[in-house]
Design a protein around this ligand. Structure first.
Ligand code: PLP
Length: 363
């Protein structure tokens, strides 16, 4: 009844402004999921004993709604986010839900607040579904009460002034994930401990952490993005490499999409202009030794992160063992493999390229 004023798009800072409404769905062990409701964006009342506050019984998702030039509003592969969210819920013993039904509710929420999707190119509405344990009992146990809520936030382009490659700190003193841990799930508890590591990288002049695992310093992820390296093998074949989903890697929607586009290019299903004709697409471990060796031999072509927020983030150096490993970057900041992949992905998301990856929210 009292809509807020939309801030000018140029003043948007990621996650600071929220739209007028939110979706709330309560769950109790006794009743199961209750009727969903779309309400004004407002505070949540919690018992100070709520398990989310004590034991981090919390998980979330991140996706976007894009407005096309013709006014159509779409989301990008949201079924993948629903699937991942249920997997995260299962890992925390939080209740599972019907992903299609939640998507219908999110569709209603976005349709209602569609004026909150900024019209300027590169802008979108960030969507943050969250599921928390809410029962006010201090025992460490599966929650008997939970709340699923969804808030949305208008966001601008990640790189308003063109691509800016980022320097990474090869982090070995902290870990993000470990075998048997929770790195493959989008749990709130995975993110809070990363803040100190990020601060430490920033203090040393780097933009993000490159999370390295084990004594061999296996590359895992970049900050809160998946990671890709492009290397020419000794026979001159271009290899696009990303670490395998071994339990330490978050199964990113962008990661999966990049792999699918590259594989479709290779198989001829859809060739992408500018991509080398022959590429080997590999989900395999890669360590710092291989990065340094290929860099020394002039075979390292590029390294980039992928995620919903920035789609592709090129990397220009890795601080490692007291020195910097320099990573080549293209003329406009992006390398020869990431550029065509980025162009295709963004083309789909903005509606310039037809794709069944787009889920229509409103016409
Ligand atoms: C730790 C981590 N890795 C990777 C990603 C990229 O995933 P997606 O492409 O689904 O945004 C994210 C962001 O969601 C993340 O938080």
């Amino acid at each position: 009844m009292s809509p807020k004023e939309l801030p000018p798009s140029k003043n948007l800072v990621f996650g600071r402004t929220f739209s007028d409404h939110m979706l709330r769905i309560r769950w109790t062990e006794a009743t199961g999921w209750q009727a969903p409701s779309i309400e004004p964006f407002a505070t949540i009342n919690l018992s100070p004993g709520a398990t989310v506050l004590h034991y981090a019984q919390s998980l979330f998702e991140g996706m976007k709604a894009y407005r096309h030039d013709n006014g159509t509003v779409t989301m990008f592969r949201p079924d993948m986010n629903m699937k991942r969210m249920n997997t995260s819920a299962q890992r925390l013993a939080l209740p599972a839900f019907d992903g299609n039904a939640l998507l219908e509710c999110i569709k209603e929420l976005i349709s209602l607040d569609r004026q909150w999707i900024p019209k300027e190119p590169g802008h979108s509405l960030y969507i943050r579904p969250t599921l928390i344990g809410t029962n006010g009992t201090l025992g460490v146990a599966p929650p008997s009460e939970a709340l699923l809520f969804v808030i949305t936030s208008p966001v601008g382009p990640y790189y308003p002034r063109g691509f800016k490659p980022v320097p990474l700190h090869g982090t070995t003193e902290y870990i993000r994930a470990a075998p048997g841990g929770t790195g493959a799930y989008k749990l709130a508890a995975n993110y809070a401990p990363g803040v100190v590591a990020q601060k430490s990288a920033a203090k040393q002049g780097y933009a993000q952490n490159l999370w390295l695992h084990g004594p061999e310093h296996w590359l895992t992820e970049v900050g809160t993005m998946n990671l890709f390296a492009v290397i020419k093998d000794k026979d001159g074949i271009t290899e696009l490499i990303t670490p395998p989903l071994d339990g330490m890697i978050l199964p990113g929607v962008t990661r999966d999409s990049v792999l699918a586009l590259a594989r479709n290019h290779v198989s001829g299903v859809k060739r992408l202009e500018g991509l080398p004709d022959v590429i080997r697409v590999s989900e395999r471990p890669i360590n710092m030794g291989e990065i340094i060796q290929s860099s020394k031999e002039g075979r390292l072509i590029e390294l980039f992160g992928t995620g919903t927020a920035a789609v592709v983030t090129p990397v220009d150096k890795i601080g490692y063992n007291g020195g910097d490993v320099i990573i080549p970057t293209g003329k406009d900041g992006m390398g020869p493999v990431s550029k065509p992949l980025w162009t295709e992905l963004v083309g789909i998301q903005t509606g310039d390229i037809q794709s069944d990856w787009n889920y229509v929210v409103a016409q």
